[in-house]
Ligand binder design. Structure first.
Ligand SMILES: Nc1ncnc2c1ncn2[C@@H]1O[C@H](COP(=O)(O)OP(=O)(O)OP(=O)(O)O)[C@@H](O)[C@H]1O
Length: 709
């Protein structure tokens, strides 16, 4: 808010237009905005009425001789809205058919475009072939459709018509139309949007822009700078809309006090990380200044934690940011245990294989179980349920195991597990899950709640020990835990249901549904991979795939089955060259392979063809200023995004990978291993913003075949 209670609201379109004008004019716009924000009524600001403009409130303002800003000046009140900036002619053209008003049903500010000649608006006139012929005018208006667009909506017949209409339509109405066009019922769409705080109001003052700007839909569109500095920072920041323009469904989750732990599900690219970051910011900003409480923002992977830390620092004041610790959970545990004098080091599998071999020496010969089976029993039963003696082992239900074990077999197996534990003690090492358990014991012993709030990203990859530890790190109460995740992308851990770990989310569970990253074509292809499989909801229920949409469109994923490796690599090279010609920037392309062996093979093949490659390494962040096609294993791209994804080497033995788990005697373990690879492919595909290319050679992956059928 500037002086004299004058409000200057700036639309997201204005920022996009600003980013496109030359630097010289950008500087002039900044000078103009500083003046404008101080006093939009100053005599130096020349408001000019546009004669051909459909909206009588729209004016142009002079930036310099050739550039103009487009402003809305309501008849009454102290609100000024900046809508666009451009070269004189283009600015006038933009403004000509634009209308900015308050929707009489919802009370939100909307910007939309009417056609030169509005379609005839005979009430209830409907074509049978029209997409929304089943709905009455009043139903459409209830969704917030501006009355002036009713005729156009009545004329929409195909998906393409709907796509073309996107530019004219307010975004939240377009979302509702897309849901309807995908077969969601009108009632379901109403309930999705009312969940976002978008509801019909009984009384709306269509001249009260001050109140209307507070509506969640308006806040998704307009930015009100609190200070001059905030405005200038906003102009200087690269244009990343998520920093400011949260979708109503996202804002609702961020700015709310919850009575306990919250779970947020959402498909790939629906902004879970964005929401989690804004949640941390909101919590920090709403703490009492003198409070010593701390917030933990934790993730599964180290790289993501580093990214989030850098992003939070950009969007927060230093004083608030200082209250937040951003760290991946493994690292927090290691540091915490070190402080406690725990004396064990974490082993990520380097030493444990040898210890298993030693432990296996005492397995009675009549029990013919492989090392793989024993390790699975350890990871799926002993470790998560913290079994520490034979009596408990014999009594355990062994959920999720496909091979039954009788009492005698368990009695025979138990000494092997005991020996493995003793060897670990002797070597002073612990597996990551055991480190988590030990950390929890320390916390529980001292009743030590280290944090006031905890935010968890990538929760699908946290196992039971992680959830139990998180529960012990924060006292149960309002806003204690905020957990976001998507089990479609579980590529590491054994599933730990929240409720089994003491985390109660009943009545505080919600879903993000709009995909901001991938195209609708990619989203659907990825979803088809999960068509007939059970995907959990991080708890004991199922995450149904209904109700997700993407508002961006592109090409269908390109699938290629080559005769041999040479042909496949030639096709990859040709595809990359085509992208380079059409879209530039090879550094926004990423090639991924299932294994390190395949990564080496394809890297050398592609280099032979003269392509410059930039390997993705765990030790360094991806620096997009460096040239080269990005290349890495599929696991390496978790949490990242690229314009174009190329998923190569999709052969029968690579996807799903014929790993130990896939060869397990236990059908449940095979099923889980296959599911992990499906999730891995799902995750890799959904890293793409613009296009996806999938290729294999010889006998190709059944997943490429299935989707080609
Ligand atoms: N409100 C928003 N406005 C604009 N862009 C957004 C918004 N929310 C999210 N995005 C963008 O969408 C993309 C995906 O966001 P994010 O990484 O938070 O999603 P996610 O659900 O965590 O994804 P995944 O689970 O696939 O890793 C990012 O490019 C982000 O900047």
């Amino acid at each position: 808010m500037a002086i004299n209670d004058i409000q200057v609201a700036i639309s997201d379109d204005f920022f996009s237009a600003f980013a496109r004008i030359p630097q010289k004019q950008q500087t002039k716009v900044q000078h103009f905005l500083t003046k404008f924000q101080q006093d939009p009524t100053a005599s130096g600001i020349n408001y000019e009425k546009l004669h051909q403009c459909r909206d009588p409130r729209i004016r142009s303002v002079r930036i310099d001789q050739t550039y103009r800003g487009i402003v809305l000046q309501p008849k009454s009140g102290n609100v000024y809205m900046l809508l666009w900036v451009d070269h004189h002619d283009r600015a006038y053209e933009w403004a000509k058919n634009r209308i900015c008003d308050i929707n009489p049903q919802l009370g939100a500010v909307q910007i939309y475009r009417v056609t030169e000649k509005e379609a005839p608006q005979t009430p209830e006139e409907k074509k049978d072939s029209a997409m929304f012929s089943g709905l009455r005018d009043k139903d459409l208006l209830r969704l917030g459709l501006p009355e002036k667009l009713l005729g156009e909506v009545r004329n929409l017949e195909t998906q393409q018509d709907l796509k073309d209409f996107k530019e004219s339509c307010p975004e939240h109405v377009y979302e509702a139309l897309v849901w309807l066009s995908q077969g969601e019922s009108y009632e379901d769409v109403l309930s999705i949007i009312s969940e976002q705080g978008i509801q019909e109001k009984e009384v709306v003052d269509t001249e009260d822009f001050t109140s209307a700007l507070d509506h969640p839909v308006s806040r998704h569109k307009f930015y009100i700078a609190a200070t001059e500095k905030a405005l200038l920072d906003m102009l200087h920041a690269p244009l990343e809309n998520w920093r400011t323009f949260l979708h109503p469904s996202q804002r609702r989750l961020v700015e709310k006090s919850w009575s306990g732990a919250v779970r947020v599900l959402g498909g790939a690219g629906t902004g879970k990380t964005v929401v989690a970051m804004h949640r941390a910011k909101w919590l920090a900003e709403n703490m009492k200044r003198e409070s010593k409480d701390r917030i933990l923002f934790t993730t599964f992977t180290r790289n993501l934690a580093a990214d989030i830390q850098a992003n939070l620092e950009k969007i927060m004041e230093a004083e608030d940011f200082a209250r937040i610790e951003v760290v991946n959970l493994d690292k927090w545990v290691v540091d915490f245990l070190l402080e406690q004098g725990h004396g064990f080091t974490v082993d990520y599998g380097e030493k444990s294989k040898e210890l298993w071999q030693q432990a296996l020496e005492i397995l009675p010969p009549e029990l013919n179980f492989s090392m793989g089976f024993l390790r699975e029993e350890w990871e799926e039963v002993i470790q998560p349920f913290e079994i520490s003696d034979l009596v408990s082992y014999v009594r355990t239900e062994r959920r999720g195991r496909g091979i039954a074990l009788g009492r005698q077999e368990r009695e025979g197996l138990w000494p092997v597990f005991e020996r493995y534990m003793a060897l670990m003690d002797q070597e002073k090492i612990r597996e990551p899950a055991d480190m988590m358990r030990d950390a929890r014991f320390y916390l529980e012993k001292d009743n030590n709640f280290v944090f006031r709030h905890i935010i968890v990203d990538e929760a699908q990859d946290m196992g039971m020990q992680a959830f139990r530890l998180l529960r012990a790190m924060v006292a149960e109460g309002p806003d204690d835990l905020f957990i976001v995740g998507d089990a479609h992308q579980r590529i590491y851990s054994v599933h730990g249901a929240l409720s089994q770990c003491g985390i109660r989310i009943v009545g505080r569970s919600t879903k993000l549904r709009i995909n901001y990253r991938t195209t609708e074509e990619t989203r659907r292809w990825a979803m088809s991979l999960m068509k007939d499989v059970f995907v959990d909801d991080l708890d004991e229920g199922e995450d149904l795939e209904d109700g997700y949409i993407s508002l961006i469109h592109g090409t269908e994923p390109h699938l290629l089955a080559a005769e041999n490796l040479d042909d496949e690599c030639d096709a990859i090279e040709a595809h990359l060259k085509m992208i380079n010609t059409n879209d530039g920037a090879l550094n926004a392309c990423c090639v991924v392979l299932r294994t390190h062996r395949l990564l080496q093979l394809y890297s050398s093949e592609l280099e032979k063809r003269g392509l410059v490659l930039y390997p993705l390494l765990p030790s360094r962040p991806d620096d997009r200023n460096e040239p080269g096609v990005r290349i890495g294993t599929m696991h390496r791209v978790k949490g990242l995004e690229f314009d174009h994804m190329l998923i190569c080497g999709m052969n029968e033995d690579a996807m799903p990978l014929m790993s130990h788990a896939m060869k397990s005697e236990d059908p449940e373990i095979r099923k889980k291993a296959e599911m992990r690879d499906r999730a891995l492919l799902f995750m890799a595909v959904t890293r793409a913003k613009k296009s996806v290319f999938l290729s294999g050679n010889g006998k190709i992956s059944p997943w490429l075949n299935e989707s080609r059928a």
